[in-house]
Design a protein around this ligand. Structure first.
Ligand code: BDP
Length: 696
């Protein structure tokens, strides 16, 4: 089994009794609706049932003849409790209900997308072998825009992609439609994703040339029947590069006109185009600041061009200033808080989960809940730039959950990030989440098979940011590997333990940004020479003979003041700051005794060892599944776990040897000692590490 089918494996239901019950009760369907997306729902349901029940499901024209009725939520069905109970969710866009009533199963949506999501949910319900008699499900997405961001370049490479090349074959589009585009849309729709930005945020203006717009339009045509809207990244200097104008100044009427015309051309080709995703004045990308204009002025330029067509601008808050800041963690807040209230109504600000950059663990970004007049959207990583890239098994769902459930306190207690995102606290009309895609040309889509779980989990969290990781793990395990108990248990537990393990063997106790330079592969706490100080490791860990960690309290950069005082209070005291964030906020003496009773040095040593040890246990647990998982997937995962075990030790040994130079303290002599000396680790180079950022 090569994993190509993802979680959509419609093999025959394995439990014979359940199969018999489904076969007897799900023989005929009445489809009461029409439209392109409704048609997709029809095809998907038939395809899924035919596979799961290994029988030919019949389409019938009347409700009386039907076992399953697929249609719209409305008065005709007021006899169903899910329709009658005045649940406000039942009226929201994209909502669905599934209910069993007098021997029939009803799958109804508020709109076509709702029907499609209901159908996929029902198929999953069957895959999970749950009873259908008293089924009663009512769901609506909590966020409106649930999108993937592909960092895919037009030349076919993927920035920070570890699953091969881009699945978009720009060269052969628009004529050649790879079957994968359809499978991609299907997989996304099955977990509720309804938007995708197919080009890299480090953008190329070529995408706006007429022939490339035709190519993009061909993709949009594939996605439309699956309810997915296409977005493109907009390079701010496009009016110069493509339009041959002398400037891209947002206040210049010619520039404004250029964007208006380009946008109109786009909508002619893609009538349901979603809008622009923009990275500006960050890591060399052009932006409004070059003309003395603000991010808001830049975003509004594009927003005005999109407004007549209903499009939105997603403006990223991941910014770098020209001068190097005292604390990089403060930058986005400093720049964007001042602009709150200045953005047009159709602008969303997209904020990474933490203030630095997708580190293994970060506290929440201070903009969540603080920026109130602007819809703030989450940007999570699904790819694993700093989390083991393509090789390590690291279930990101626990990280998503940790961030989403963190209390911002911005509107009193229990103002979690999840609530900020769903707009309920600030009455936002636009809400959303973006995930940086981990998909590529690998046969199994994500390179590492277990990375499929991150794509799946991301979709679930975007649909409902209050989803529970444990449920997601178990569900993914069953959908992907079947129902055998030990398999389900092991797969779920690997996913569950892996995130904490990775944080421990890479960046325990709040360390961050200590990876290899450029490619970001492997440990590099010694990195000190880069074109910017805030790209080095020493800038972040600040190891010296006294201690370790970045003081972000009042005695240091005071980044803490960007948080609500109640949240800041949790972090501000070295004695009470939770250990996972200790070195993020404090410079702690090596011999300082922590709440665990260990000195900082010993805690660091313990955590690095513990992280590596968990990986060894994970590998052993997987080995015990031999014979219970097909050989191809078994070997695939095992080989990756072997690499991970080796690399976890590499991280541990390299980091501890490096920090030991400052602490001058010992690793207990009876513990496994580092295999090599520090010089060896520092001398390693990785010229062809995958996923590297190409020059733009
Ligand atoms: C960093 C990546 C870089 C991206 C950047 C971004 O190293 O490749 O371009 O984020 O998000 O994590 O724009």
């Amino acid at each position: 089994d090569d994993g190509y089918r993802l979680w959509l494996r419609y093999d025959q239901i394995s439990d014979p009794e359940i199969l018999e019950n489904y076969q007897a009760n799900l023989r005929t369907i009445a489809f009461l609706g029409e439209g392109e997306i409704f048609k997709t729902a029809e095809n998907e349901l038939l395809k899924g049932l035919n596979g799961l029940l290994t029988q030919k499901t019949q389409t019938v024209s009347t409700q009386t003849e039907a076992d399953i009725i697929v249609g719209s939520i409305g008065e005709d069905f007021s006899f169903l409790s899910t329709v009658a109970d005045e649940n406000p969710d039942n009226k929201k866009e994209e909502a669905f209900i599934i209910e069993g009533f007098e021997g029939k199963t009803y799958i109804l949506g508020t709109d076509e997308r709702g029907v499609l999501y209901g159908v996929f949910h029902f198929l999953r319900h069957l895959q999970l072998q749950k009873p259908i008699e008293d089924i009663r499900i009512s769901q609506a997405p909590k966020l409106k825009l649930r999108m993937l961001n592909h960092w895919d370049n037009l030349d076919g490479t993927v920035e920070r992609g570890y699953a091969g090349f881009s699945i978009w074959n720009w060269h052969q589009l628009p004529e050649f439609i790879d079957k994968r585009y359809i499978e991609y849309a299907r997989a996304n729709a099955s977990i509720g994703i309804n938007a995708t930005a197919v080009t890299n945020v480090n953008a190329n203006s070529l995408i706006f040339r007429e022939d490339y717009l035709e190519k993009a339009a061909a993709l949009a045509d594939v996605f439309r029947p699956y309810g997915i809207k296409l977005f493109l990244t907009a390079r701010f200097s496009s009016p110069i590069e493509l339009g041959k104008l002398a400037t891209a100044d947002p206040m210049d009427p010619k520039v404004q006109q250029w964007w208006k015309e380009k946008t109109a051309e786009l909508y002619e080709k893609i009538p349901d185009f979603g809008g622009f995703l923009v990275k500006a004045n960050s890591e060399g990308q052009p932006g409004p600041q070059e003309y003395g204009r603000t991010h808001a002025e830049g975003a509004n330029l594009l927003a005005d061009a999109l407004a007549p067509f209903g499009g939105v601008v997603i403006w990223r808050a991941f910014v770098y200033s020209e001068e190097e800041p005292v604390d990089r963690a403060k930058q986005a807040y400093d720049e964007f808080m001042a602009l709150d209230g200045q953005f047009r109504e159709n602008v969303m600000v997209q904020v990474k989960n933490g203030p630095i950059d997708f580190q293994p663990r970060e506290p929440i970004h201070p903009l969540f809940g603080a920026m109130r007049k602007t819809p703030v959207m989450m940007e999570f990583q699904v790819t694993k730039e700093y989390l083991g890239q393509g090789t390590h098994l690291v279930g990101l769902s626990n990280m998503y959950e940790e961030i989403l459930q963190t209390d911002t306190y911005q509107f009193g207690e229990n103002s979690t990030v999840a609530k900020v995102l769903d707009g309920s606290l600030t009455n936002q009309k636009l809400t959303g989440m973006a995930g940086v895609s981990n998909i590529g040309t690998s046969r199994n889509w994500t390179g590492n098979l277990f990375a499929q779980a991150d794509w799946f989990a991301y979709g679930k969290m975007a649909w409902n940011p209050n989803s529970k990781s444990d449920d997601i793990f178990e569900e993914w395990a069953k959908l992907t590997f079947g129902h055998e108990e030990q398999v389900v248990q092991t797969v779920s537990s690997l996913l569950d333990r892996s995130y904490e393990a990775c944080v421990k063997y890479m960046t325990p106790i709040g360390l961050h940004h200590i990876m290899g330079p450029g490619h970001h592969f492997g440990p590099g706490p010694w990195v000190s020479e880069m074109s910017r100080a805030d790209w080095t490791s020493v800038y972040y860990h600040k190891a010296d003979s006294e201690g370790l960690g970045f003081d972000r309290t009042v005695t240091g950069s005071n980044a803490l003041e960007q948080y609500h005082p109640m949240l800041a209070a949790k972090y501000e005291n070295m004695e009470t700051c939770p250990l996972p964030f200790l070195l993020w906020f404090h410079h702690v003496p090596w011999d300082h005794e922590l709440s665990t009773g260990n000195s900082l040095w010993m805690q660091l040593v313990r955590e690095y060892y513990e992280g590596a040890e968990i990986v060894s246990h994970m590998k052993e647990d997987w080995e015990n599944l031999q014979g219970m998982v097909d050989e191809e997937r078994f070997e695939h995962v095992l080989m990756h776990l072997e690499i991970q075990e080796k690399e976890a030790k590499w991280w541990r040994d390299a980091c501890l040897l490096y920090f030991q130079q400052f602490s001058k303290m010992e690793i207990p002599a009876d513990w496994e000692q580092p295999e090599h000396d520090l010089d060896y680790y520092e001398s390693l180079t990785f010229p062809y590490s995958p996923g590297i950022r190409p020059r733009w």
